[in-house]
Ligand binder design. Sequence first.
Ligand SMILES: *Cc1c(COP(=O)(O)O)cnc(C)c1O
Length: 386
Amino acid sequence: MTCRNENLTLESRLVQTGVGRDERTGGISFPIYPSATYRHPGVGESTGYDYTRSGNPTRQLLEESLARLEGGARGLAFASGMAALTTLFLHFSSGDHVVVSQDLYGGTYRILDQVFAKFGLRVSYVDTSDTTAVAAAIRPESKALLVETPGNPLLGVADLAALGALCRERGLLFVVDNTFLTPVLQRPFEFGADITVYSATKYFGGHNDLCAGALVARTPELGDRLYFLQNSTGGILPPQDCWLLLRSLKTLALRLERHCANALAVARWLEQQPKVTAVYYPGLERHPGHALSKRQSAGFGGMLSFRVDTPATARQVLKRLQLISFAESLGGVESLMTLPAVQTHADVPEAERRRLGICESLLRLSVGIESACDIIADLDQALNQC
Ligand SMILES: *Cc1c(COP(=O)(O)O)cnc(C)c1O
């Protein structure tokens, strides 16, 4: 009974990441190659590795694993999600225009408005859960659509198939920031995406102990272009961190299963609480993106947001939390809660925040993999027992 690796399910391939790749020793875990440079066998000859920014065996295994996981031609690993996004935006030229989700990671807003604007990259923020609004925002100089779905922090769901068709018709590069779901739960290339972006600090890393980012290109041409930009600008992920991320990939599917189950249990509980005025989680039947989410994703993820009656209640909850940490970031095994208006989304202009509904009574919860009962008990004492 032989079982070829290509026929394995995604879950098994994740677990088997790197197994057998260190042919010299047979190591189950692939080694870290710290060497900054490599001996040349002769003039004009190379072992395949010359200088670590341009290529490193540990990073190469990670990048190949990311590409295979996504079903893309090339993966690239960066020192952070922002380094990956920076490299992506450097693909564009002054005068180019990009359409971007308005329900967006705060740092992406900041880099577009305060860094790339200076270089003439123009941006329109639209509700990407409304395909008609996206179509209306496209200009003759538009080059790309960047979508985050589910959105951040309000978990709006964009129709990937409809947006993929729109981008094809209008000649736009279709880029999806798939940080919240990862290819285990959502596979943007199957809906026509050209590039996927990740903050691997989140679910890929999964343990709140690593900062990393990734880009995956669907075609070899785009992969070569992004590699050129990565090598030119140098925001690479160091080999030690590549190894840590390879290790994390092995448990990704298992972790996500638990994140999804816990998030649904917590969302259902939150809906019943008198002080909670709204719960945003695509897994809830009443969420406007529920049916769409079910069609295009294999799970609803571990992120949810909720609104409480007053900003004072939100502050009280954050102060009283015990198991859940009041901390930024998301996607790790430990549950974390933030107040987006003053933390992750502080760089979104205030008027824009108000328009979107990111106010000081909105809390965002990254549901970890502790027991759902313990998470709910902590929320209960923080919210209700005073
Ligand atoms: C965190 C995050 C980023 C930025 O990634 P870093 O690793 O923090 O640089 C980008 N997009 C999304 C959706 C994120 O959650």
